[in-house]
Design a binder for this molecule. Structure first.
Ligand code: FAD
Length: 449
């Protein structure tokens, strides 16, 4: 029987295992250094915030693995020997594979800041990080202030987590506006305001110089670059992005860049070795996507795709239109297609932006300047219907069509306020059009003939 070994029990590795099992009787072994069982990394924050227990973020019951004949090994893979098709676990035991899937995810970036390895300085990625946070910041008495370094999605999650225990937070963000490498300026500005209104001490355009130790090797304060201001704190959250977790592959002969280099079939340069999820790096980016996609759903899609290939139906990874969702404190954010920030957008990309006059609700629609083709939408505080945007992107609809039919896309519950009329009237003023928003039609949404 063919032996499939998967390193990493995150969403990518576990999805591959589940689908290989659906399609075949192959022997499947998953090795993980982190936990015995798969858990939802995106829900880690809710454990610290007390909304859920750790066992609640494990999507499968403990009996699931045995029932599905997926063998679980707890250990760290230290070495891979492709010639002998063997890997070494914890420098001791060895294991043979016929096919090997590398799904080892990411690790938090550290940029060599003085003091970055002190007790009390930590990232937020793993179950171990969550446990460490309980030690470093159990409450506001033990942790009088936290400083978070790096203004991305994990940074704002950590801020929300600490605030849920009344721990004051200073948030150091290198950029001049929050996440403005990704978000257009109107949205980024709205999030700046929202963070400040939540009494988070947001410091834009600010870099960390140094983390200072007390006499016991614990974090005592941070020093800000340029001003040399010293901020006393007991926790430093290092959330300045993530990097593929691939150090153990350095001498394996597997081609590495920032991640494990793969082709469209998720194959590495070595036969029978594949890489998926956060640690995989496409030789050439797919469309506007980045070569490394450190997001949940792409890991799942890669796992599903690779299972097909492993089971004899060689399939290219084809992720379709970009989408994602996240939360900025209590504001829900969704994105479909491409809406680039001012820093990344090309000359032909036009934006229509609408923001609610009082509430933290806004949308930005991107379209092609000449053809008016709809390119993408970002929404904050309004829930939209994914399938519909996917369809409109496939059908290459115009921005006028999308705005006319915006009510169809709204996925907010029935009695939520709707904003289509306000949105379309601003569009008409901005672009000299006279579009009339159509009423929501279930017939159109579900394409009932
Ligand atoms: C706090 C947080 C919030 C997030 N929120 C979102 C979100 O809202 N939306 C979104 O799209 N994405 C989010 N992400 C990103 C998302 O969680 C990741 O993209 C996804 O979990 C990556 O899955 P993966 O299977 O590739 O790797 P991972 O989930 O990282 O799993 C890899 C596993 O491999 C193990 N491993 C690594 N090396 C070895 C080795 N040598 N031997 C044995 N085991 C090894 C690791 O310990 C780990 O358990 C979030 C991430 C974090 C940390």
């Amino acid at each position: 029987m063919e032996n499939i070994v998967i390193i990493g029990n995150g969403i990518a590795g576990v999805t591959a295992a589940r689908h290989i099992r659906k399609l075949s009787n192959k022997r499947i072994i998953i090795i993980s250094a982190e936990t015995d069982h798969f858990f939802s990394r995106t829900a880690l924050m809710y454990v610290y915030m007390g909304h859920m227990k750790f066992e609640h973020i494990q999507p499968y019951e403990d009996w699931f693995w045995e029932k599905n004949r997926i063998e679980l090994v707890r250990g760290y893979v230290t070495h891979i020997n492709p010639e002998e098709k063997k890997l070494t676990i914890d420098n001791v035991s060895s294991l043979h594979y016929d096919k090997l899937i590398i799904a080892t995810g990411s690790k938090p970036n550290k940029f060599g800041w003085p003091g970055q390895d002190l007790h009390g300085a930590q990232g937020l990625y793993s179950k171990q990080d969550l446990d460490l946070l309980e030690v470093n910041a159990p409450n506001k008495e033990a942790c009088k202030r936290a400083v978070i370094v790096g203004g991305g999605l994990i940074g704002i999650e950590l801020a929300e987590m600490l605030q849920s225990r009344d721990i004051p937070v200073t948030f150091l963000v290198r950029e001049t506006s929050f996440w403005n490498g990704v978000l257009p300026s109107g949205e980024s500005q709205m999030i700046n305001e929202h963070i400040l209104e939540h009494h988070i001490d947001l410091r834009l355009g600010t870099n960390l110089k140094e983390i200072v130790s007390d006499e016991n090797g614990r974090v005592k304060s941070v020093i800000i670059a340029d001003t040399n201001e010293e901020i006393p704190c007991n926790l430093v959250g290092l959330t300045a992005g993530v990097t593929p977790n691939i150090d153990f592959l350095k001498d394996s002969g597997i081609e590495l860049g920032r991640g494990v280099k793969v082709n469209r079939f998720l194959e590495t340069n070595i036969k029978d070795i594949y890489a998926i999820g956060d640690c995989a790096e496409q030789h050439e980016a797919i469309g506007n996507r980045r070569p490394i996609e450190a997001v949940w759903y792409t890991g799942r899609m890669m796992g599903e795709t690779l299972a097909q290939t492993i089971c004899g139906n060689r399939m290219a990874y084809n992720p379709g239109h970009w989408f994602n969702s996240a939360k900025f404190l209590d504001i829900e954010y969704q994105t479909y297609g491409w809406v680039f920030s001012e820093r990344r957008k090309e000359a032909h990309e036009m934006h229509f932006h609408w923001r609610h006059p009082e509430e933290k609700i806004c949308i930005t629609v991107a379209f092609h300047q000449d053809s008016k083709q709809f390119l993408g939408i970002n929404t904050f505080g309004i829930r939209m219907r994914h399938e519909l945007f996917d369809r409109w992107l496939n059908e290459e609809r115009t921005v006028d069509f999308v705005l006319e039919h915006l009510a169809d896309a709204n996925f907010d519950p029935e009695f939520y306020r709707k904003y289509e009329v306000d949105i379309v009237s601003k569009y008409n003023v901005d672009f000299g059009t006279s579009i009339k928003p159509k009423k929501k039609s279930l017939k159109r949404i579900f394409q009932i003939a």
